[in-house]
Write a protein that binds this ligand. Sequence first.
Ligand code: GRG
Length: 295
Amino acid sequence: MSEFAAYLEACQTRINGFLLSQLDTPQPRLERLYAAMRYSVVNGGKRVRPLLCYASCEALGGDPAAANPAAGAVELVHAYSLIHDDLPAMDDDDLRRGQPTCHRAFDEATAILAGDGLQALAFDWLSTLGDWQPATRLQMVQTLARAAGPQGMVGGQAIDLGAVGEKIDLATLELMHRHKTGALISASIQLGALASERASADQLQTLAVYADCIGLAFQVQDDILDIESETSVLGKRQGADIARDKPTYPALLGLEGAHRLADQLRDQAVAALQPLGAAAVHLQQLADYIVQRRF
Ligand code: GRG
């Protein structure tokens, strides 16, 4: 196993252990709600956001294990967004990570509550767990709230819903993704830096440039993987037809163009890390992982 594969596994084990340790049912009448919350959090996600949070904390010389509540909080917000995105009123999906979606495994009302509960719990963790100064906590809460809210992820989802049936251009696609997925990815990196309690304004700015590029690269790669999986299931022609009809990077730039953009964004992200030196090695490797991942 490569050093990086071992690093990914160790971080995934750390975050999975932390999440499970915090999601016990506190009293019998809440069993179904907590079961739905655990079902959606502990079901095999890649944990990209916690990984970025840990690596960012490390890049500033912090102890990544001390960032657990921050890494956990972003994963809770991510899990909530997936539960709500899968609901009948949104994407109406039956499967997530190869398993029935939360509203299919439980019921719609429980899924709505599980998502709401996870979102609130994220802010509870930031404000009570961990060992940070009050000013650091406040900045963390604000960072996550802005990334998750109407000027971040929820706003991105609204832009997406508002554009259904429209042919959107590259600038609108980018605006949507910077909000919908980029904002939470950026917050993961900012929270990791804040968790170290050593971040200077310059370092936060350096990490913000990295985060901006990597957030968009993540989405470009996600679009590429979507098209490639449709093409492999439906065949080249049908896959290409679907690709043209959906607002995605491959639809607007072609598959080659989308790959080139993902690589460019990865290179810009890695270049931005230069002032952080060798301590940022895992952030560099995560940038590669994000554009090379196959799922
Ligand atoms: C419903 C409030 C609300 C927001 C939904 C993020 C989002 C907004 C919807 C998710 C829809 C989606 C599939 C977006 C594409 C990018 C993305 C977030 C993919 C899933 O993230 P991964 O690949 O998932 O990190 P895992 O399963 O590994 O955790």
